[in-house]
Design a protein. Structure first.
Length: 263
């Protein structure tokens, strides 16, 4: 049931964002949707199948197990329900922020994470362009975090829904008026803010690591407000890959096992 809820909400948000992109795009794309979407959505379907056959539902089950066995910080302290929900959501969001930074700094993890950054355009489908090994490692990392904190099981489900929805939103190619965008950034990650993270400029790629709330980038000084080039003209992706055609499905699966290119 937990998986059905997450996938249903994720699909609903995705449909809303692609319609919004079509009606009110922020940037003009030069690579066809047919060429990119077949790869990105193919990866998404493949990852869902892999997770269903391996680690599907393990995050929620680990939280239930922690609660039943009484281990993890929140369970040791017998925190009230409302506090355990808030702490779980904030702790897991910060944990994913930290994981994202490590995925850029540690060459072994960057081999996997670069698959996400090889997309030469930026829209809602970019949010699901991940290598299956990175998805699995990320899930095991979340399980560890859940066990350490003694995460609230219902908050874990909520976090997974928020994470998927926020990623789809902040990767979308939607046009939000500048004045509204600045106000939204005080709390959440907007597409204009996260698009900077997908810039070909290394200093910009190494910024704006957050996925849902924007405070971590500000507190940890990884926040960049504006790119060097205009949002509508900045190059997206990694420079070495902009010199060749969009990578195919099998090329992305094999990419981490090839010689690592300098960013």
């Amino acid at each position: 049931m937990e998986t059905v809820i997450r996938l249903s909400v994720a699909l609903g948000i995705f449909c809303i964002m692609i319609v919004w992109e079509y009606l009110c795009p922020r940037r003009t794309h030069h690579i066809s949707r047919k060429q990119r979407w077949s790869v990105n959505l193919g990866l998404a379907a493949f990852n869902i199948a892999i997770m269903r056959l391996s680690l599907g539902g393990i995050a929620y089950l680990s939280a239930v197990t922690a609660a039943g066995q009484g281990y993890g910080l929140l369970n040791w302290l017998a925190a009230p329900e409302w506090l355990s929900v808030i702490v779980t959501l904030l702790f897991l969001d910060f944990a994913i922020y930290c994981q994202h930074i490590v995925s850029h700094k540690w060459p072994l993890l960057w081999r996997l994470h670069q698959v996400h950054h090889t997309d030469l355009e930026f829209d809602a489908t970019t949010a699901v362009r991940f290598h299956p090994l990175e998805i699995m490692i990320s899930m095991l990392y979340k399980v560890l975090c859940i066990a350490l904190i003694g995460a609230n099981p219902w908050a874990v489900i909520a976090f997974e829904i928020i994470l998927n929805g926020a990623a789809t939103f902040n990767h979308s190619n939607i046009d939000i008026p500048s004045a509204i965008d600045k106000k939204l950034r005080r709390l959440i990650i907007t597409p204009d803010m996260h698009r900077i993270h997908h810039s070909t400029v290394p200093a910009e790629t190494d910024s704006n690591y957050g996925f849902s709330i924007s405070c971590w980038d500000r507190l940890c000084r990884t926040y960049v407000a504006e790119p060097k080039q205009p949002q509508t003209a900045m190059d997206i992706g990694l420079k070495p890959f902009r010199e060749q055609h969009e990578l195919g499905f099998m090329q992305l699966l094999l990419l981490p096992f090839k010689a690592l290119r300098k960013r």
